[in-house]
Design a binder for this molecule. Structure first.
Ligand SMILES: [Zn+2]
Length: 146
């Protein structure tokens, strides 16, 4: 599966290859899901569900807001995209699924990637009972200095 996702990150996906990737991840490749996947996976980017909904509807795709939200949740759960949660009202979907961290500019709303793969966080607090650590997401909030 990692190989499939690496390929996703390194190519401009045709409809046929998107179809194949969805099948590999056990996602039923409906026409709407293929359109949404092609739109997101065309390059490394961070998009909100509203960005995707508006853009697709400007192209007269006729995909409902609910379908966009449901599809993005499915894609994130299957590992096709990664959720970047800035706060509860700012959730973005990242087409780059390899490990990386984010800068979030509070002035512009821009999200950018940086590599920070060997991050060591010492003395993490004890995890809540009956949980294991799944990962650590790092978002560095920045603001314009001038
Ligand atoms: Zn990213």
């Amino acid at each position: 599966m990692d190989q499939v996702l690496d390929n996703v990150n390194n190519m401009n996906m045709s409809g046929k290859s998107v179809h194949k990737v969805l099948c590999t991840l056990n996602i039923k490749p409906t026409n709407q899901r293929i359109k949404i996947a092609k739109f997101i996976l065309v390059k490394d980017q961070h998009l909100s569900a509203e960005d995707i909904f508006s853009s697709l509807n400007n192209n007269k795709c006729g995909i409902s807001r609910a379908t966009v939200y449901n599809t993005l949740n499915l894609f994130a759960d299957k590992g096709l995209v990664r959720r970047v949660i800035i706060d509860s009202s700012k959730i973005y979907y990242d087409s780059k699924t390899t490990p990386h961290s984010h800068y979030y500019n509070v002035d512009t709303g821009e999200i950018s990637d940086f590599e920070f793969n060997n991050a060591q966080i010492s003395s993490l607090p004890t995890l809540p009972k009956d949980t294991v650590q799944e990962g650590i997401d790092i978002v560095v909030r920045v603001k314009n200095s001038k």
